[in-house]
Design a protein. Structure first.
Length: 217
């Protein structure tokens, strides 16, 4: 099934939900007054059809394909159903069984860190907040330090998914950690955040108001 013609980061198993200040590594990776380094990348990453236990990619896609998918009707019915569920356990199970996902960080033989074929040069941060998702959405969209590549509401509706470029000079985990630290400092209303591993999967929801960088159109 070709997503180009149709449209959650899941928390790493060993990732603690809360991160202490002492966990933040080299602060120079994301200096507060230094723009993120850009690099030329092909931006390709792996797409996996539901359910979540499918760890073999179905195809390789890009941000434009994801944008077309989530702003179209492909995920509309299942997203609305997920958000109507009041039992958290039932909601988690439904999401795992019915939502396609992507590994924004790169192309993989299978969805495991050690099976990375080619990095995409992208990082997807999942951010929940105490205030309105729309407020957080607008603040991230107009962030003065980090250029947004793709931004959309999560499948659950409790947060947003922020896709940005990575710094080629920094290890993936260290860069993600620095971005999380930046978000924690810049956006005081955040509730949950975590550092994704390179093979972390992001569920694709319905969001007709998703944003894609005009350079990618």
């Amino acid at each position: 099934m070709n997503i180009q013609n149709k449209g959650g980061i899941t928390r790493p198993k060993n990732q603690d939900k809360n991160i202490n200040e002492s966990d933040y590594s080299n602060p120079n990776i994301l200096a507060m007054n230094t723009p993120i380094i850009e690099r030329h990348i092909d931006g390709q990453f792996s797409f996996f059809e539901a359910p979540i236990n499918n760890i073999k990619p179905n195809e390789e896609i890009n941000l434009r394909a994801v944008y077309n998918a989530i702003t179209g009707n492909r995920y509309k019915e299942r997203t609305e159903h997920l958000r109507s569920l009041t039992d958290p356990k039932a909601a988690r199970l439904f999401k795992k069984q019915n939502f396609d996902c992507v590994t924004f960080a790169g192309k993989f033989h299978t969805r495991k860190d050690e099976a990375l074929i080619t990095p995409s040069g992208l990082l997807c941060m999942g951010i929940d907040c105490r205030y309105s998702n729309d407020v957080l959405f607008e603040r991230l969209l107009h962030d003065q330090r980090i250029e947004t590549q793709l931004l959309f509401r999560s499948a659950s509706g409790h947060g947003v998914k922020w896709v940005i470029k990575t710094d080629p000079a920094a290890p993936f985990h260290d860069f993600a950690l620095a971005v999380l630290h930046y978000v924690r400092q810049a956006y005081k209303g955040w509730r949950n955040g975590y550092v994704p591993n390179v093979s972390c999967a992001c569920f694709l929801p319905f969001d007709p108001q998703a944003f894609i960088n005009p350079k990618l159109r």
